[in-house]
Each structure stands twice: as structure tokens, then as C-alpha cells.
Design a binder for this molecule. Structure first.
Ligand SMILES: NC(=O)c1ccc[n+]([C@@H]2O[C@H](COP(=O)([O-])OP(=O)(O)OC[C@H]3O[C@@H](n4cnc5c(N)ncnc54)[C@H](OP(=O)(O)O)[C@@H]3O)[C@@H](O)[C@H]2O)c1
Length: 336
């Protein structure tokens, strides 16, 4: 990308949960923006978004929206990415896409800057931001992989309502209000009532019995580590938390890694905050990881069920590190 003092940035899906986080994170990180273009559906035309204290009118996403845009941050769902990202590339923009549309395309790098930053520069116009649950897991696992080579991952996720978008987050809040006032609870964003429940069903089921979300964790982990020998078995679960996903992870490594070595590595790892003093009731929780860019890692212990096993618990804000912050870190690498 040609070096400039400031860049024209389009945000596709600017009214959504990720879009709003993009606006906050760009402002917080002082990203050098010359022109900001918020795009959404025709439904949002006439509304504004606020960036760094100033209102910007939302425009409808169209094929000709990208003239003079340097960087297009997409978060409006996979079908919009498939339809409009090629137009953005054709107009000269680099697309960082949050959807699943291009992640497994062999010509599209899939990047977490703490894991495989070198892949950014192989792009041909589109860079994919990985699945949010996979990003949070890999930030914690990369230092352990580098030290002892992970061969197997067994992971259960505890995914917050906002992972399914702004309306889903609202649905959980509305269910809490309805329950408190003795009214019936409306259910539409999830397969079942989420309040006072956990739902072992994130995204659609595939033929092998895993959901698409679980298969993203399998496929995307292997792609980013450039290692098809790593096996991942995931169970993805929606829990009645508003923001930040958590994950119970057990790994098997080729060589032994002790809990204290893992703690030492993770205390220095980029993107990680070690929160591991259980005797002081200090361990990662979504309540405290929400709003943070660092993934909180703790409950580190040697696994009792097999040799060379290590278990840990991670909480990370999936709208920030799992989506907006990761994409903006990629954009920062591009303009360095
Ligand atoms: N939520 C997360 O934690 C998370 C994490 C990682 C990745 N992602 C991915 O990011 C994307 C957005 O997720 P989200 O959670 O932010 O969803 P969301 O809150 O439902 O927002 C969806 C956004 O897409 C826009 N949109 C929908 N249909 C459109 C159309 N026909 N033309 C233009 N814009 C359209 C919406 O605009 P209107 O307001 O005008 O409808 C809104 O801005 C998805 O691909 C999702 O998989 C989400």
C-alpha cells in the first residue's frame, strides 16, 4: 500500500455490533484517517454514526461506493462480502473482511497479527479476519505451540450473545427485562431462550455432527498455524453473557510443557494478560475481559487425563480482539 499521512477508510456494516466497535477502536488507536465513509443497508440511510465526537452520515453500500477508498473494513455478513468486496478491490482498496466468506480461500491470507503476521503481505486485495472464537483461542495457544508443538486441541466455548450481532445482544437484555416484569420472553435470534439457559448450537450443523462454528475452529487453526497435523475438536456453546467469549481449552503437545513454563511464556506473550491467581479468586471472566483488547488467560494446569496435556481457560472480547481490533491491527501493519 502506498505510504500516506492519512487514509480513506470505509466501514461496511457501520451500524452493526462490529461496525460500532470499529469506530471506537479506530478512534482509540488514533488510526490516521483522512476520510471516513460509513456504509450500511438502505434501511440506515438518513442516520449518522459518531466517530471521535463527530457525526458522519451513513451511505448505502453500493458497488460504486469505494472510489478513492484505501482501506475497506467489512462487517456486514458473508453475502455482502462476496458481493461487494471484489468491487472495493477493483476500485483500489485493500479489504479486511470480518465475515467467513473468504477465510479458507487459498489466495486470501487469514491473519491474527500475534500468530502469523507474515501472511498479511501475501494478499491480493483481500485479507480475512478469522472467526472470533478462533482468534481468542490462538492468541493464547501460539506461544505454547511455538514452545512444545501442539498436536491436539479440545475446546469448549462459552460464547456471548453479542457474538450473534447487535439484535441478538438486545434480545438477551429484553428477555431479562421481560422476565423481571413477569412478561413472556420473545425468542428469535437464537434457537431457544438464552436467558437462564446455555445452547450447544452456534451456527448451523454440518454432516459430521459438528456445527459450522466448530469446523471454523478446526480449519482456521490449521490454516493460520500452517500445520495440518493439529487436530481440533470444538463444542461451541452460547451462554447468557452480553459481551466476551470464554473457552475451556485442553491441548496435547509433542513435548512436555509444565504449568509454570506455560505461565512464564504467557506472561510475556503479545495480546495476552495472564490472570492466574486462583487462590485470590483471580481468573479470566467475561465480565472483566469485555471492553479489553488483551485476551485473559488463566486456570493453567497440567491435565490429569493424558501425557503432555495442559488445560487453560481464556476470556476475550470477541467484538474487539475477535473482530474490530484484530482487523485494525492488520490495517496498521499494512500502513507501517
Ligand atoms: N458479533 C461478533 O462478535 C462478530 C465477531 C467476528 C465477526 N463477526 C462478523 O461480522 C459481521 C457483522 O456482524 P455483527 O455482529 O456486527 O452483525 P450486526 O450487528 O447484525 O450488524 C450487521 C451490519 O450489516 C449491515 N447490513 C446488513 N445487510 C446489509 C445490506 N444488504 N447492505 C449493507 N449492509 C448491510 C447492517 O446494516 P443495517 O443496520 O443497515 O441493517 C449492519 O451494519 C458478520 O459477518 C459476522 O459474522 C461478528
Amino acid at each position: 500500500m502506498t505510504k500516506k499521512s492519512a487514509y480513506n477508510v470505509a466501514i461496511v456494516g457501520a451500524t452493526g455490533a462490529v461496525g460500532e466497535t470499529f469506530l471506537n477502536v479506530l478512534a482509540e488507536r488514533n488510526f490516521p484517517i483522512a476520510k471516513l465513509l460509513p456504509l450500511a443497508s438502505a434501511r440506515s440511510v438518513g442516520k449518522n454514526v459518531t466517530y471521535a465526537g463527530k457525526d458522519y452520515p451513513i451511505e448505502e453500500l453500493r458497488h460504486d461506493s469505494f472510489k478513492d477508498i484505501d482501506i475497506a473494513l467489512f462487517s456486514a455478513g458473508a453475502s455482502r462480502s462476496v458481493e461487494f468486496a471484489p468491487s472495493a478491490v477493483k476500485a483500489g482498496a485493500v479489504v479486511v473482511d470480518n465475515s467467513s466468506a473468504f477465510r479458507m480461500d487459498k489466495d486470501v491470507p487469514l491473519v491474527v497479527p500475534e500468530v502469523n503476521p507474515q501472511d498479511i503481505f501475501t494478499h491480493k486485495g483481500i485479507i480475512a479476519n478469522p472467526n472470533c472464537t478462533t482468534i481468542i483461542m490462538l492468541v493464547a495457544l501460539k506461544p505454547l505451540y511455538d514452545y512444545a508443538k501442539i498436536t491436539r486441541v479440545i475446546v469448549s466455548s462459552y460464547q456471548s450473545a453479542s457474538g450473534a450481532g447487535a439484535k441478538a445482544m438486545q434480545e438477551l437484555t429484553d428477555q431479562a427485562k421481560a422476565w423481571a416484569s413477569g412478561k413472556p420472553l420473545a425468542v428469535s435470534a437464537f434457537a431457544h431462550q438464552l436467558l437462564f439457559n446455555v445452547i450447544p448450537h452456534v451456527d448451523v450443523f454440518t454432516d459430521n455432527g459438528y456445527t459450522k462454528e466448530e469446523m471454523k475452529m478446526y480449519n482456521e487453526t490449521r490454516k493460520m498455524l500452517h500445520d495440518d497435523n493439529v487436530k481440533v475438536s470444538a463444542t461451541c456453546v452460547r451462554v447468557p453473557v452480553l459481551s466476551a467469549h470464554s473457552e475451556a481449552i485442553t491441548i496435547e503437545t509433542a513435548s512436555k510443557i509444565t504449568a509454570s513454563k506455560a505461565r512464564e511464556l504467557l506472561s510475556k506473550a503479545p495480546g495476552v494478560k495472564l490472570v492466574d491467581e486462583p487462590d485470590k479468586r483471580s481468573y479470566p471472566m467475561p465480565l472483566f475481559a469485555a471492553g479489553q483488547d488483551l485476551c485473559h488467560v488463566g486456570r493453567i494446569r497440567e491435565d490429569l487425563s493424558f501425557e503432555n496435556g495442559l488445560s487453560l481457560w481464556v476470556s476475550g472480547d470477541q467484538l474487539r480482539k475477535g473482530a474490530a481490533t484484530n482487523a485494525i491491527q492488520i490495517a496498521e501493519e499494512l500502513i507501517k
